[in-house]
Design a protein around this ligand. Structure first.
Ligand SMILES: [Zn+2]
Length: 389
């Protein structure tokens, strides 16, 4: 969107005193609407950019508390931001200055056309005023107070795409700094707070913030350090699983990275169940479901039946049912027992996994990247295990 304040912005071409004050609106509302009407339709069609989308994602990740904006275009809301403080109002609604009726944007746009450029109130005929803050108007009640409270609490105030020239919002960074928080700036041109900011990036807000989100997504593949509680959690769960699956069970064992001290991994307890015959009855599935497991069947891996348990959206347990004494049974055991017997190999593998996780762009990339190392390691494990058997 074209900006308002820069040397090439809208206010360089239009005198705001003639188009964006309450006085101007009272003198000649049609003239004010000749300025706003084309912007209304343009703003209604504009799509959120990469910066809007990234800020919404940062909020979903729990890293952004709220967005304080002087923009009136609703693009933060449309990008998915939930807590948006619009200190200059927005084009979302227009109100009748005479009878107080309020109209949604979708209803104002046809009224603009019907009213020859200026929308008239359907009940009293007065020309509507957009609910944006004009230059000589006070900011919406509560909005500035909320913005100031947020600035005061903020550990980090991020200034994005603002030259910090319009008061009182321009003073928010000083509120954060005075309260002991830090300020970072992503803006093409200098701002007054640059000298006191912890970080200043004179770059495109979209590119910088999309990059931040990508880096954080990769960083979310953090592997869990070994937790000594895992073996106990396994024991407790294994007893329940054994009971649910009943007579068909020959053996239950703890596998995966939670079973090997020092082997960094996902904090999911992997339980291997060796069955006499690889089929489970409806009764067994129902008993597992009562424990909170979802039955996924072979799930793309023939010879292995997969149950998954989640708590609060987080996977906590996997149960792999395989034929006892079959190839899958032994391959799982070979890997686990080899790593238990060779702690230096487990440690090296954990370091390799952490290194790959730090660089991975996603889970699929992580799995693929660690595969060659895992394959070579498994070959050593299998040779060792074969000799032992
Ligand atoms: Zn009215």
């Amino acid at each position: 969107m074209p900006d308002f304040r820069s040397p090439t912005g809208i206010w360089a071409e239009f005198d705001p005193l003639e188009y964006a004050t309450l006085g101007a609106f009272r003198r000649d509302p049609r003239k004010v609407w000749r300025f706003y009407a084309p912007r209304f339709s343009m703003l209604g069609e504009a799509e959120p950019n990469a910066a809007h989308l990234a800020l919404a994602e940062l909020e979903r990740l729990g890293l952004v508390r709220a967005v304080v904006t002087q923009n009136i275009d609703r693009l933060h809301e449309r990008a998915g931001s939930r807590d948006v403080i619009e200190v200059h109002g927005s084009i979302r609604t227009s109100s009748c200055p005479s009878c107080g009726a309020r109209y949604e944007l979708a209803d104002v746009v046809p009224l603009i056309e019907a009213g020859d450029g200026a929308p008239a109130c359907l009940s009293c005929g007065a020309i509507l005023k957009p609910d944006v803050v004009f230059f000589d108007e006070l900011l919406p009640e509560g909005a500035l107070e909320r913005a100031q409270a947020l600035a005061e609490e903020a550990g980090l105030l991020l200034v994005v795409g603002s030259s910090l020239e319009v008061h009182p919002v321009a003073a928010l960074p000083s509120v954060t700094l005075a309260a002991g928080g830090a300020v970072a700036v992503v803006n093409r041109t200098p701002t007054w707070v640059d000298r006191e900011a912890a970080l200043v990036l004179r770059e495109s807000a979209g590119e910088v913030l999309a990059g931040v989100v990508a880096a954080l997504r990769a960083g979310r593949l953090e592997l869990a350090p070994y937790d000594p509680a895992w073996p106990r959690l396994y024991e407790e769960e294994a007893a329940r699983v054994r009971e649910a699956l009943g007579e068909a069970v020959v053996a239950v064992e703890h596998m995966g990275s939670t079973a090997v001290p020092g082997l960094a991994g996902k904090p999911v307890i992997d339980i291997s169940v060796g069955l006499r015959r690889l089929d489970v009855s409806a009764e067994q599935v129902a008993a597992m479901e009562r424990l909170g497991y979802e039955y996924l069947g072979e799930f793309g891996l023939p010879g292995r039946l997969f149950f998954r348990r989640e708590e609060g959206g987080r996977r906590t347990h996997h149960v792999h049912a395989v034929e006892h004494g079959g190839e899958r049974w032994h391959s799982h055991r070979a890997f686990r027992d080899y790593l238990r017997a060779h702690p230096e190999e487990a440690e090296a593998y954990a370091a390799e996994k952490r290194r790959i996780a730090a660089d991975a762009t996603g889970l699929a990339d992580y799995w693929e990247s660690k595969q060659p190392y895992a394959d070579a390691l498994f070959a050593r494990a299998w040779a060792w295990y074969a000799e032992l058997r």
